[in-house]
Ligand binder design. Sequence first.
Ligand code: PAF
Length: 280
Amino acid sequence: MQIAVTIEEVRKQVRAWKQEGLTVGLVPTMGYLHEGHTSLMDAARENDRIVVSIFVNPMQFGPNEDLASYPRDLKHDVELCEKHGVDLVFHPSPEEMYGGEFYSYVDMNVLTQELCGLSRPVHFRGVCTVVTKLFNIVTPDRAYFGQKDAQQLAVIRRMVKDLNMPLTVVGCPIIREADGLAKSSRNTYLTPEERTAALVLSRSVFLGKEMAEQGEKDCGKITSAMTALIRKEPLAEIDYVKIVDADTMQQVEEIRGAVLGAVAVRIGTTRLIDNFMTGI
Ligand code: PAF
């Protein structure tokens, strides 16, 4: 497995693969890898070669967010990539990605003006910009993203469609702990007491999904039940509990087509998200 820190190294390797007619899958990550990420690597096995990028992207963090404390463990990440058959790890420095003067951004409206976009106003501009850069550097045939970050996945799908980017976006299912908590690098911030409290997220999305699947169409009734469940947990502070159209991320009152039920909840100082899809 090759570890590249410069854009040029990645370009050279990918050029060589493409000259051989090989397909390339990209798994973009911010590191501190867990089973959610390795499930993306395993899905990317459908390509001849797999590239994993590990880059804690400063552009997608707001001024009061956790950029400095975001967990990092490159040694463990590299071992995990090796174990999952990754061919190349791209681990650039912020200078390599944004060094010198940097004036260009990729941005989106509508989809980014709901859910996490309301409390994280610069987040999706940072995600769209770095993902575009990674797509331009790696030129993958397919790129893999987790459904846990459902809004991010919808935004990237839309960006690829709107801007005619020549690749396929593959969404992969949420990976959960045995007790239901969605895997996230940020779970590591939780104290044992908060870890137990954090189960309200998965419990609320399981409840919402069950109500929808039993025929409840009224989104207000579903989100009220989910909200009531979360409010029973004293350590939980709700950012949002919403049901939105699965493509546009706009709130809906009634379940007719494919919808996303999404929650963001602060447990202590840690903001966690979870979701369910229904009506697909
Ligand atoms: O989901 C993440 O880890 C990040 O938002 C991504 C897609 C790697 C962009 O930095």
